[in-house]
Ligand binder design. Structure first.
Ligand code: GUN
Length: 296
């Protein structure tokens, strides 16, 4: 393997350490404990695992965690009433409604009912607009984690050619905005892109976020490029259940200058950035200096 491994697990531990330091300072100097409320509707097994992990890590960095578990058949009115209560609760600085929601609930309506300054997912339409116009916003956690790793590896990203494969609202689009904000020349590629291999071969930075196991082979990667693999796909291989990314790691690592593994790359950064966003939201709510290096 020629590429440098970008260790997301270690990086996430470092971010959590910085968050914990800031939380301790807020408690000591200001008497404030940041609080994160997580709302889970229904019993989706993957969502339950994520929510448990979020709650555990929130407590580990010294913040208050408030978990709200609602029945799968909860009405939209009841969910909106809970969000209204959390919006008006001064001990809650961040609110996250775990997605996907059961089909009878309107996801856009629910997300847009969260107070934008408490929207630590960065999914509220106001935050999307603020990010798109280069204003201070809450930034979606997974793209923020990718940006932190890229900045850490390269220093400045200015003038680099970046390709984001995938155009989701959660990862692809905000990732492209963040790279543009750091003065990259950005291409967003997707399932209808003509000659995707050629587009990827021109990129200094490749962010793969499509959710298709190992769809990017090594021979699409420019020599020395940095590859950020957002994919987390479960597949059967040699009779075993394994996690793989959207990039064929073995062949891409032969060409890339640096690459994130799956697991242990982008994945751990997402919750670390959620904690970072919660501290940021708490500081903004109290007109205090924001932690450095934890925002876009
Ligand atoms: N479900 C899967 N990923 C996410 C995320 O980043 N935020 C929320 N709210 N739900 C998710």
């Amino acid at each position: 393997m020629a590429a440098t491994l970008i260790d997301g697990k270690a990086f996430a531990a470092k971010v959590r350490g910085q968050v914990a330091e800031h939380v301790a300072r807020l408690k000591e100097q200001n008497g404030i404990t940041p609080g994160l409320a997580v709302v889970l509707v229904g019993e989706d097994p993957a969502s339950q695992v994520y929510v448990r992990s979020k709650g555990k890590q929130t407590v580990e960095v010294g913040m208050n965690s408030y978990e709200h578990k609602l029945e799968a058949d909860t009405s939209e009115a009841d969910l909106l009433a809970l969000i209204d209560q959390l919006n008006n609760d001064p001990s809650v600085h961040g609110i996250l409604v775990q997605l996907p929601l059961p089909k009878h609930l309107d996801e856009d309506l629910v997300i847009n009912s969260i107070a934008p300054e408490k929207d630590v997912d960065g999914f509220h339409i106001s935050n999307v607009g603020l990010l798109g116009t280069g204003q201070k916003s809450m930034v979606p956690c997974t793209p923020l984690g990718c940006l932190m790793m890229l900045r850490d590896h390269h220093g400045s990203l200015s003038g680099m050619d970046a390709v984001v494969i995938g155009r989701s609202n959660i990862v692809g689009k905000p990732m492209a905005q963040l790279l543009l904000g750091d003065s990259c020349t950005v291409t967003i590629a997707h399932s209808r892109t003509k000659d995707l291999p050629d587009v990827v071969r021109r990129a200094d930075i490749v962010v793969a976020a499509v959710g298709r196991p190992e769809m990017v082979p090594g021979d699409w990667i420019k020599d020395g490029a940095t590859v950020i693999d957002v994919g987390i796909n479960r597949i059967e291989r040699d009779g075993k259940n394994v996690l793989v990314g959207d990039v064929d790691f073995a062949s891409a690592a032969e060409r890339a200058g640096a690459i994130t593994p799956v697991p242990g790359g982008v994945g751990p950064m997402t919750i670390a950035c959620l904690l970072a966003n919660t501290v940021t939201a708490c500081c903004r709510a109290n007109n205090l200096a924001e932690p450095e290096g934890l925002t876009a």
